[in-house]
Design a protein around this ligand. Sequence first.
Ligand code: NDP
Ligand code: BG6
Length: 603
Amino acid sequence: MAVSFPKCPSSSLPPLQTRNRAWSSPLSAPHQVGDSSKWALLEATKRCHLSVSSATNGGSAVAPVEPSKKVQDSGTKTTPTDHSTKVENGIRPTVFSSNEFQDLKTGPDNSGRESTVSITVVGASGDLAKKKIFPALFALYYEGFLPKHFTIFGYARSKMTDAELREMVSRTLNCRIDQRENCDAKMEEFLKRCFYHSGQYDSEAHFVELDKKLKQHEGSRISNRLYYLSIPPNIFLDVVKCTSLAASSENGWTRVIVEKPFGRDAESSAALTRGLKQYLHEDQIFRIDHYLGKELVENLSVLRFSNLVFEPLWSRQYIRNVQIIFSEDFGTEGRGGYFDSYGIIRDIMQNHLLQIVALFAMETPTSLEAEDIRNEKVKVLRSMKTLEIDDVVIGQYKSHTRGGVVYPGYTDDKTVPNDSLTPTFAAAALFINNARWDGVPFLMKAGKALHTKRAEIRVQFRHVPGNLYKKCFGTDLDRATNELVIRVQPDEAIYLKINNKIPGLGMRLDRSNLNLHYAARYSKEIPCAYERLLLDAIEGERRLFIRSDELDAAWALFTPLLKELEEKHIAPELYPYGSRGPVGAHYLAAKYNVRWGDLGAEH
Ligand code: NDP
Ligand code: BG6
């Protein structure tokens, strides 16, 4: 339903009651990637990449290969090498640097020697591996994005045979809805490339065994190795040490994807980074924040930097406030043990939402190279005002009965202490003290067990100065300002709320959405964030991974607040399971003259 404003004095016509928000037939056919030919896509992306390269790089079509690096740990241990392939301009919808493209297509590298990628999922028996990592690897394989020669190993303590791993993995694999062709055959082919090795996480001997198995598959090819640490953080360092000393590549690159949480505060995060760097170079460490791999978060920079109409407005001059909202309509069921020692601020805000703020607010990077983007992001984080307790509201969900169904409270979980004060909801007001954003509140809200599942960015613009149509808007001018909404999930969309005249002879104004609704515009399924990030890690593209200085800056913002909440035993405001969260969040917004956009008339 469109929101209608009060009658303009001159008008006598009824308001429009309904409005079709989606464009049912786009003006031009969307750019469709030919499903039938994956190589056509690769050729197309290669051409895009190379043509830009030649414009900006003196025509050099071949991406340089970093020299092999060795780091001595205490003078005795040798760390693995990383022959990372640099992406030349970073302009890649899904662009392969040219030598990787060649590798994917034909096998050999520039010297004519074939290479292979071995992907080891450490913690393969776990939840994340089953739910996200193996399905993402299969999706990449299915879409033709994995190199010609690849092997996938699962590693964990659980005893399992290769066949049992394949059986476990096969239960979560899915073909794209839009491409079910050869689904079974592809799955079978993929599963044949999956193997399992059981071992302890701190046993070099067990990683030596893994190394032997990897070598059998790699043969005489150049071996590139990717480890995905899908394990609890307390064993990250054991695994990194063992992989580094006993199972790193001898002639190719070795990279390690590290899952969050990266520490609990500034000190523990710095200690983890120091520990990792004993065995790895920073450029071998891929700290994953899967929100950076989400399609609409990726699109944020495209929207801003490739459309003239947005960038000039992207500042305190035109933007009143920015809201980054995350909500889930389920609780911490099954993950209570982990969650209770972290809480929503560490689980969602300090990483996923803060990364979105950094991308949203950064200055124009010099290029789309990873380091140029990360340099700009870190500047934003360092310019932010340290979060204070008065600018934060915390909540915890309690049991609620609806329609005869009892929804459990957070502390009803057996793995959570009865007197836990861990927040499952938080709202915060952040400020970026730089020339562009001075005084603009960046409001964040994240919660579990709320009334809806949603992640979105809302940009509320200022009033039109000396608004000619003031009389048509009634007394509430805030309802008449433009709002840009980037709905990250579900049902991805970007829409801009505008004011328009209701057709007819009178002068009545209405509020409508200019709507880019992804499902209506694109028939292709949107890849899961893990697909993009795994592919990037294989390609050596670091743009969407967190650099250690970004991490330090992020923790510096939140650590004093987290300490204060814990030391003062601040009790969270209780809210019923399935509600809109604590009332305190509204007062926090009101303090800065803001209204949460997700609770407005459209919802
Ligand atoms: P799990 O708790 O399922 O652990 C993964 C595997 O690690 C388990 O199967 C187990 O394998 C081993 N493991 C578990 N606990 C211990 C322990 N105390 N000591 C040694 N080994 C242990 O974790 P998830 O799969 O849920 O998550 C993996 C990582 O990803 C974590 O860092 C998590 O924070 C992060 N993450 C998870 C998300 C999710 O949705 N699950 C989302 C985002 C991040 P075995 O016993 O066979 O060795
Ligand atoms: C994870 C958090 O990082 O992100 C979880 O640990 C949360 O608590 C999840 O549920 C949400 O991810 P997504 O992609 O489902 O929105």
